[in-house]
Each structure stands twice: as C-alpha cells, then as structure tokens.
Design a protein. Sequence first.
Lengths: 257, 257, 295, 298, 298
Amino acid sequence: MEQQLIHPAALNIDDLSTYYHQQTALHHLSFEAPAHAITVIIGPSGCGKSTLLKTINRTIEDEEDTRWDGTVTLFGDDTKKMSKEEVHTKIGLVFQTPAPFPFSIYRNMTYALAYHGMHDKQQQCSIIEEKLRIVGLYDEVYDRLKESACALSGGQQQRLCIARALTVNPDVLMLDEPCSALDSKSTHAIERTLKSLSKTTTIVLVTHNIGQARRLADKVIYLSDGSIVEQGSAQQMFTQPRDPRTAEFIDDIGSAV
Amino acid sequence: MEQQLIHPAALNIDDLSTYYHQQTALHHLSFEAPAHAITVIIGPSGCGKSTLLKTINRTIEDEEDTRWDGTVTLFGDDTKKMSKEEVHTKIGLVFQTPAPFPFSIYRNMTYALAYHGMHDKQQQCSIIEEKLRIVGLYDEVYDRLKESACALSGGQQQRLCIARALTVNPDVLMLDEPCSALDSKSTHAIERTLKSLSKTTTIVLVTHNIGQARRLADKVIYLSDGSIVEQGSAQQMFTQPRDPRTAEFIDDIGSAV
Amino acid sequence: SSTSTTQSSTSQNASDGFKSNIMFCGSTSLYPIMSSLASSFTDTNATWDKVDSSFPKDNVSIYVAPGGSGVGVSALKDGTCDYGMVARTLSDSEKQTLGDYTEYQVAKDALTVSVNAQNPLCDIVDNLDTDTIRAIFDGDLTTWNQVDPSLPDQKIQVYIRDLSGGAYEVFQKTIMGDKEVTSSATQSASMTELATNIANNPWAIGYAGYGAYTKANKSGAVLHAFKVNGVEPTVDTIKDGSYTIQRPVMFVGKGTPTDSEQAFINYVFSQKGYDVVEANGYIPAFTPGTVETSK
Amino acid sequence: MALNAQHRKRLSEHADTVCSLAIRLIVAASCVIVLLVFVYIAYEAFPFFQAVSLSDFLGGTKWMPIDFGNGTSYGIANFIGATLMTSGLAVAFALLIAIGAALFLSCSASTRLRQMIYPFIDMLAGVPSVIFGFIGLVVVVTFFINKGIAQSGCVLAASLVLAVMILPFLVTSMSESIVKVKKQCLPASQALGVDRWYAVAHSILPLSLKFFIPSIVMAFGRAMGETMAVLMIIGNANVAPTLLGKGESIASLIALEMGGAVRGSMQYHALFAAGFILMVLIFVIDIAMSRLLKKMQK
Amino acid sequence: MALNAQHRKRLSEHADTVCSLAIRLIVAASCVIVLLVFVYIAYEAFPFFQAVSLSDFLGGTKWMPIDFGNGTSYGIANFIGATLMTSGLAVAFALLIAIGAALFLSCSASTRLRQMIYPFIDMLAGVPSVIFGFIGLVVVVTFFINKGIAQSGCVLAASLVLAVMILPFLVTSMSESIVKVKKQCLPASQALGVDRWYAVAHSILPLSLKFFIPSIVMAFGRAMGETMAVLMIIGNANVAPTLLGKGESIASLIALEMGGAVRGSMQYHALFAAGFILMVLIFVIDIAMSRLLKKMQK
Ligand SMILES: Nc1ncnc2c1ncn2[C@@H]1O[C@H](COP(=O)(O)OP(=O)(O)OP(=O)(O)O)[C@@H](O)[C@H]1O
Ligand SMILES: Nc1ncnc2c1ncn2[C@@H]1O[C@H](COP(=O)(O)OP(=O)(O)OP(=O)(O)O)[C@@H](O)[C@H]1O
Ligand SMILES: [Mg+2]
Ligand SMILES: [Mg+2]
C-alpha cells in the first residue's frame, strides 16, 4: 500500500480492529509508521484516534469489556508476544487528558528517572530543567517544583506530561493532541522539540490542528469513523489528496483559522 | 476605563484578586463584560484565565486554601451578597476539562432539566436532540443515549458538556476553552451557536485560539501573569493594540496557524 | 469424700517437685473466687520462697481463666490447665476420661426460686412445692392468675440459665424430673444477669443462684425467694443439704498436687479463702484449714 | 541518557520477581490463616452433619442438645430466624441514621468539623460490646418493660442496640465514600446551577451507592456475628422470633452453650455446625447483595 | 424554555428546607444516641472519679475492688498496658497481612476474582468472637504451651487472634481504596513504561496511605474494645504485660467483673470508669493518628 516511504517501518499495524462491548471502534486498519519520522493521525472528533493509540500500546486491555484483533509489530516483533509492560516501556503514550500524579512537580518528573536507576539528585535536576525548558514550563514553575502538580493550570499540566514523557526514551513516542490546551508560543516550542526528537525516535502524533500536521508530518493518516480514508506522505496528502473527503477535511481546517 | 462599549455591563468586576495559598494568581483585575455580547479572555497558558472564571462564579471557594477579594457585580447585584448556589444558577460555567457525570448521555442532558421541573419525556427528548445537534453530537450518539457518557471520546465529552450547559439558561454563560479538543467542523458549529446565543445571553469565553477570538469577540481582555495587559473592543484590540505585548501575542498566533 | 488437715497434706507431698506456674480454667461461677484468691496470694507472697522457705525464689504466677465447666474439664484433659473449675457434678464419662483425678470442693451453690419483690405473690404465699414450680417452669401455667387467682392476668416470664451450665442440670434433676423447661424461658449467660433480669421485670420468675440472690438484695429487697417444699434457702439448710436445689462448686486436678500447688490449695481452704467464698455469695463447703477432697 | 540499555535489565531484576514473591507469600499466609479458621469450624462441625440430617437441623425448632431424659434434638430454625431478623433490622435502622449522618458529615460539615467528629465516632466503635449489652439491658429493655412495650428482652431492643454498634463503621465508611464522589461530581453540578441537595439526591448519592454495598454487607456480617450485646438483650428463648418477643441468635446460642459444652460431645459439634451455618448465611447474603448491586448498576 | 422564572421559586421551596431539615433531624437523632452512650458511661463512672484520684487509678497496678480484708485498690495501669500492647500488636500483624492481601486483590487479581473473594472475607468478619476465642484457646494457646513458647494464654496469642479478627475489615477497606487510586494512577504509570510493582510502590501505595488511616484507626478501636476473644486467650492476670506473659485488657476486665459487680458498688463504678478511660484512650490514639496523617501529607 505504501510507496513513498523514506524510512523503514518502526510500527507495522496489520488488520487491526478494536471493539468496545459489541461496538466496533476501529475497522481493519493496516498501516506502517516509519522509523525516525513523525506519523500524524488526523480525523474528526470521535473517529477513533485515541482508541488507535491505546490499542497500539495495549493500554486498551485495561479498560473493561474491550477487545482487539490484528497484529502490531514493533521493529519486527509481535507486541502480542511481549509482556504488556514491555510494550508500555517501548511505546510511550501521552494521553489526551493530562494525567499528572497528585505528587509534586519534581516527583512527577523524576518518577520514571528513579525507575531507571537515576537517583543522583544533581543529574535529576539537570534533566528536569532541560525537559521543562523544552516545553516552556521551567520559568513558570522553577520556584515551586515541590508543590503539587495538580495545582497547575490545564495547559501547564499538559506541558508537564509531555516533559515527563520526554524523561524516558521509548522507541516509539505517541502523543494524543499534546497541544490542545496550549497557546501558540508553547505549541511552537513543543513542535520544535518533536521535530528534533524525531531524528532518533519514532513519533506518532494525533492532532486536530491541521496547521500543526502540515508543519510536522512526514506521513499522514486520515481516519474517519474507525476506518482509514487515506494515508500517504505529508506532501502527497496536503498537496494532492486522492480522496475528496480528505480534501474537504484539510481544506475546511485551512479556512477555519 | 471603557469607552467604546456598545452594551450595558452584565458583569462588573472591580479590583478582583485571587490567591492560592499565599500566592497571588490574579492581581486587582477590573473590567466589565457587556450584556448580550461575547467577551473573550486571551492570554498565555497559566496566566489565570480559568482562575478568573472560577472566581467570578465562586466555584473557587470550594477549592482548598483559596481566597479572593474585590467585588463582582451581576446586573447591579453584588454576588457576595447572594448565596453561592444562586450565583451558580445565574452564572453558568463549562470547565476546561470536560466533566460529564458517569451516567448515561441521556441523564447527563436531562440532569438540569429535571431540576427545573421538566419531567415530560417528549419535551426532554426534543430539547436533547436540539442541543446535541447544535454541538454536532446527535448523529454520533443518537443510538446510544442510554450508554455512559464516560465512554465518549475526549472531543465528544467536551461537546456533551457544552450541550448540557445549553439546557439551562443562565444569565451569563462562561466557557473555558470549549473547543480545545475539537476538529474544525465542530468548532464552527459551536462558534455559530455562541454567536446566536449571545443575542440573549452574556457570554464570557476563554480561548487560546486567536482565530476564534477574532471571529467571536465583541470585547477582548488580554491577561498575562494574572494582570490585565490590555482590554478593549475586538476591533480596537485586533487592529490597533496599544500595548506592544498584545501585538506580539496576537501576531504570534496569527503566524502560527 | 475425705478431708485432710493442711499441715499433713503439705508434708505428704513435699517430694513432688516444684512448679511456679499454676493454671485454673473453667466455670465462670468459681472464677471470681479463684481469681481474687490468686491475686491476693500473689500480692502477699510475690515469690515462692516467701510461701515456704524451702521453695526457690521464683515469681508466684497463678492463672485463672473463665470459660465454662465444659471448657474446664476439656482443658484439664488436654493439659491446657492444671486444674479445671467445674460447677456441677462430673458425669460418668468425664470421670472415666479423666482417670486419676481429685475434686476439691470449695463451695456450694444453691438455686433459689425467686420472683421480683414487687410480685404480689410474695405477700400471699411463702412456699412453693415441686409440682407448682414444675408447672410454672414447664409452661403449664402461663399467667400469674393461674398460680393464684388473686394475681393479675400477666404472663409469667421464666428466667433460666443456659442448657449446658451446671445450674440447668441441677434444676432439671431436682425439680423438673422428666419434664422439660418451656422453650420460651429466657436463658441468661450468668447468674448475675439472671438476677438482674428478674429484678428488672415485675412478672419474672427464675432460679437465681444463692450468691447472686444475696448480692442483689444487698441494697434493698429486689428479689424474693420462696421456700421450696417448706425449706427456706439459708446457709444452714444449704450446708446440711436439706435445701435440695444445690450444686457443688469445685476444681478438679489430675494426679497429686506439687508442693507449690498444694500450698495454694491450702490457701484456698484457709480462713482467707472461706471469707472470699462468702464475700462472693457462695456457701463455703469446708471448714477453714481443712482441704475438702474427693477422688 | 542511555536509559534504554538499563531498561530491560531493570524490568527483569525488579518487581515481578521480588515484590511479586513477597506479596504472594503474604497472600499465601493470609489464605492459610483464613482457611485455618474455616477448616477448624468445618472440621468440628463435620461429626454433627454426619449424625443429624440437614433438614432436621435447619428446619427443626426444638433444641435440646443434652439428654435430660427426653432425648436430644437439634433444630435451629428459630435461631436462624432470630439472627436474620435482628441483624436485618439493625442494618435497616443503622442505615437510616448512617445515611443522614454521612450526608451531613460529607456535604454539610466543613472538612474541619468532619475531622473533629471522626474521633468521637471511632470512640463509639471502640466501646466494648459488654457495655453496650449492659446499657441495652438496663436502659432499653427496662424502658420497654416499664412502658409495657415488651415483657422482656426482645428482638427489637437487640436490633436497636446492634444498630448503634454498627453505626460508627457505617457512618465513617459511607461518609468517606460520599466525600470522594462529591469531589468528582459537585463541581459539574454547580456549573449547571442545581442546588446542593438536588446534586446529592440525583448524582452524589446514586453514585455512592455502589461503594456503600461492601460496607453494608460487612456491617450485616458483623451484626450477625455479634455476641455479647445481643446475648444480654434478646431474651434468649428458643421461640419463633417476633419483633416484641424473645428470640435467640445463633451467635448467642454459641456463646451461651460453648462454655459448658463438653468437648467432643454432640452438643459441642452441633454448636460448631451452627457456627458453620452462620458463615454460610453470611456468604449467601453477601452474594445476593452483590448480585443486587450489579443489577442496580445496569 | 422559560426556565429562569421557575428557577428562583424552586430554589427556595426545594432542598435547603425539606432535605436539610430531614438530614438535620437524623443528625440530631444520631447525636442524641451517641451522646446517650457517652453520657451513660460517664455518669456511671462519675462517682468513682469522685472517690479515687486519677493518678491512683491510672498509675496503680493493684486491682482489688472488693475488700477481702486487705482493703480495696483500683489501679489499672497494667490493664491499660495490656490493652495497648495487644491491640497495637494486633493492628501491626493485621496490617502486614492486610497490605499484602489488599495489594493482591486490587492489583494482581482480576475484578472477577476479587468479587469472588470478598464474600469469603466477609464470612470471616461474621464469625462470632466466641468462636475466635475458642479457636484461640484450643489451637493457638495449646500450640504455644506444647511448644514451650508460653506457659499459658498470653498477650502474643491474644494479639494474633485479634489480628485475624480485624483482618477482614482492613483487607476489604484497603483493597477498595487501592482500587480507586489505581484507576487514577496506573494508566499514567504505564504510559511512562514503569512496571506494575514500581507503580504500586511509588505511586499507588503512597497515594492510598491517607485513605488507610481512618480504617486503621477504626480497626485499632475495635481491637481495643474486643472482649470475648481476648478474654479467653490473654490469660487475665493483673501483671505488667509482656509478649509471652499474661495480661488483662480493659475490655476483658469489664466483661469479667461486670457480671459479678453489685450495681451501685464502687467496683461497678470503677468498671465504668475503666470503660471511660478506654474511650479516652481510643480518642487520643485517633487524634494522634490523624496528626500523623497530616504530617505525612506535608
Ligand atoms: N489549585 C491551585 N493551587 C495553586 N496554584 C494554582 C492552582 N490552580 C492554578 N494555579 C496556578 O495559578 C495560575 C493560573 O492558573 P489558571 O488555571 O487560571 O491558568 P490558565 O490561564 O487557565 O492556564 P491554561 O491556559 O493553561 O489553562 C497558574 O500559575 C497555576 O499554576
Ligand atoms: N470506553 C469506551 N466505551 C465505548 N465506546 C467508546 C469508549 N471510548 C471511546 N468510545 C467510542 O469509540 C469511538 C472512538 O473514540 P476515540 O476516543 O478513539 O475518538 P477520538 O478520535 O480520539 O476522538 P476525539 O478527537 O474526540 O478525542 C467514539 O465513537 C467513542 O464514542
Ligand atoms: Mg481522542
Ligand atoms: Mg485554564
């Protein structure tokens, strides 16, 4: 199906379907996410974008009464054959709704670091500063790192969660609408980060901001009603979409803002 | 302070300050929200927009260790002299993070209706359909109104909460980034609704989407770091901002999308 | 039944070894007596060498646990205790399983047939015969006017002890014969509770223990005990056995007591023990200084 | 930050070996303890079930475990009835009060006041049951007799006292549940402008309900197993239980007779059998309640 | 939809009148009940406190409430010690097991398995305390004596049995708390790729801790008030309590002597005074624990 791929595939999704109760949320999706590139998933609200991400890293299995079929292959390994926890470590996910731990900002940031054996306070602090600067949060919170992360504003929490995700280095990083609550300055900062991160990591990004998709995407997948309408390289999708629905969706956004 | 006001003030905020613990989140704000118009509050993430809305309808008082000074006058009545519940009924608020009740979609929508004595099933259904259509959710969920609202996608929940807020007719309706998780089609639908609603209701809208602010605002307030940098009619703010910071903020966004 | 004087029994058992811990377990009737004696014995002596200079300087440790007569016997059988406290006669099968045992009868407990002192019956009769008592307790008579026509038409509230306690058995054997106590009778967990129940209920009747009866009447008459077949329950009639509704209160040991055990047993059967038994409302079954045993 | 290398190693050396093992050990230990209790009771009950038919046991109303000349019989129907009646009533009374008190604590009282009241509730929970029994006997039963409501200790008096005994547990756990639900629901309710009690009635209470069920079930179990207090108040007579009449619960039966029962005798085994039935009863009620809960959630 | 007009009317006629009133009535009722218990105990204890100095009462170690010739004395220091020691140990043992079991139930077991296990736990909660006492006496104490660990019933045996008795309550309430916290925290942990037990140790348990405290406090109170079982196992001797030695808890003191005490006598009042002290103890522990909780949260 794919022709113009620049990189080898990091994620191979084959015939993936997800069901909530009896309802089908995703219908037989097949696509690849190229390594060291940004794959952007777009589509209208409720089309199944979040479900797709949750299925890929298998967190969907923890929700009640859900089921998924098909295969997800990560660098050639079937994720169904790995332990759920191994999949989680290899495929990171930033949720659509920010979910900071009700701990201090500091502890949120060091949570995963400590797990990986980094207990040195100074090292921790320098990493924290680095990651928080990336998302533009450091100046806002440097003097209250010991305060609860729940006392942050919506956008601050979202940025904290992104920064927290950056402290671990998963093979694949998936982000679900990471800039939805952010002003443009923070958005730009995060976009820059993702772009440079994509040199070493495979990134899957869900966004409803077509502008952002244009700026970041190497590959675009347009999802509607649980099925892939069209997929292809960013260039092809944004300049000469094959499906009229894609054209409409992209266009509509273009005019909107 | 205000010169070009087209409508009489619905909300009069005078010297309002809000404190979290010892920290000041809002510094001596004074402004008016004109009746039957849309007042848009813009500003970078963490500047105090949500705090402002929560202070106006006094939900902030339920959070621990918070305090606010100043006066909020609603059509001439000091809100501090009303009961908290009366303020809540008169000033509606849609939260930044969607908070549906873990009940069915139907029950979410009829919750406030039943409170106001509307128990007739048919009437309820027609109102539900009307409001859900407004936010473009009806076609997506008409066949599962009896299912849990928590089983909706992020954007669907957000739209549900807006529709739910529309079932009551508060004097003032405040919305905190109501379109943050929505694609452009839904966003447009909601914008249209707000515009027509503003003929009868006073609307206060927080958004980080400058395009949206441009499209909707009658009056704009630019908040930064808990203080008002500049306020004025939409026309004045977007065409000839007096403060260079305003210009930069608006411009930055303009270029972003 | 045999008796021996304090002095002779101590010397008899002088060679039986030494034990600083003594455990009693069983009947709740004997519990308060033994427990107070144990504490005062421990208090006055502290270490065994104070009891008898030939004893080592170990701490006196005497342990009394309540549980019921049945528990007392089984604990003795298991060796969980040294002496089982029993407030009834041992059954034949128990005697068999225990084998070589000795009973130390400390006190006698009689069951009074008591009513609430406000009951008008007290003024009318002062004696009840076995048949009347049986008729009341087995449910043949259900209201007070059936007992005496001048009494009001009030239901008789019968209070008894639990089935497996010694009191139930004694009452069954001496009064009820082959009749059964009515199932609507209220069982109380202890004699004091039984007495309290009668004292609280003007239309009650029950077999309060003699000790509980005297205690309850200490501060004003709240219970009234009838003569049974013409015999009034008094210390004398109980002691000489003419008042028949009575049971032994004793502890049972296996084998011969060790020196230390014997020393404490002697203490129980001393004047001090006598006083404590009386203070608890029971009637001592011994004369001070004489150990009352039977094998 | 070359974390990925360390990564895989961590995963294996960590947690799923040490922690998991420790927890499994503890779980095994607790299973053994719990089983020990069950097995002991079942073991001591076994000879009885061999000797007496279940229908005579559960259906019979005559209890005469010692042969005083008229033979023995072991019917506990009345005891089962009294147990269910007393504890059912107690839970009902306690719930009525507990819901009100929990609502007050969680929705009307400030956090501060709530924290101040909790210790008093806990205090009540720690009063020894013998004192409750005594108060029940001296205050409640006497009151009933004096007012001519009942002629002696009765089921109603026992369930009233029992209600007070399980009240603290219910109030604390219910108000904690409500507080949690409230934090989640109240803001949304307020934003819609409904008043506090409407929110309580239409969102907070309905959503708290499923958290109540485990507490209620446990309170029920405690009420059924409570011994001392009931023993002193209920009147202990083997008759068909009525509200204002006497009764005898299984727990008080056991408490009354266990002390005097000769170990190894049929009476002794019968008492354990009664204890076993009590456990089965609790189990059945438990299952029934959680079924109910599931139905309710649908 | 002219809802606004109806609005104001509703607000007044609704809720804050009817509901509020009903709830206030219930709260008043429950306050009266609770106060009744307290006042009764305090009232019966009062004559004692008038007659005997508090320091003799709390500091003395000699308990001889009836004058058998050597005078009377009312020292409950040993009883207080035994009560604290037994219940403290019991809570410690129970916690150890309960945390493990609760973690298993909430984090390892499926929802289904968890729902299947709960009824068994509740069953254990409903076993009458007399049976626990009996098992403690026959199994635990006998074992201790046979193995030469103790010479009689002892504090350790009592606290072990007590631990089993409070276990069900602790396990249920703790695992419910953990489940709630887990729902909130586990997804975020998983998204960061840490393993399950790291999440348990570093986010789920720390966050559950504050929900544990009320349960622990209540379990403590229950342990201190538990009568029958402790009574049968602890050895009931007025000596300074040691782990393997005898002791006598306040609750067993009351249970043992209440039956025999003449109403209105100094012994009777002294027993109520002891009960009063027990309540005060629970209250103090309660306050201390919630202070601790507050400190921990900071
Ligand atoms: N509960 C709280 N306790 C302490 N500080 C808080 C709390 N909530 C918010 N703050 C702080 O107050 C400031 C304003 O927060 P607010 O939520 O009003 O920002 P906002 O303008 O809504 O931002 P965003 O666009 O990200 O939602 C921020 O610095 C935030 O960290
Ligand atoms: N837990 C659930 N149970 C049942 N249905 C669900 C559940 N979660 C999501 N759905 C449904 O599955 C579909 C896809 O949901 P999903 O959250 O993946 O959408 P999305 O593309 O992320 O939308 P949005 O942009 O609004 O976040 C929606 O129709 C939604 O209603
Ligand atoms: Mg989504
Ligand atoms: Mg905000």
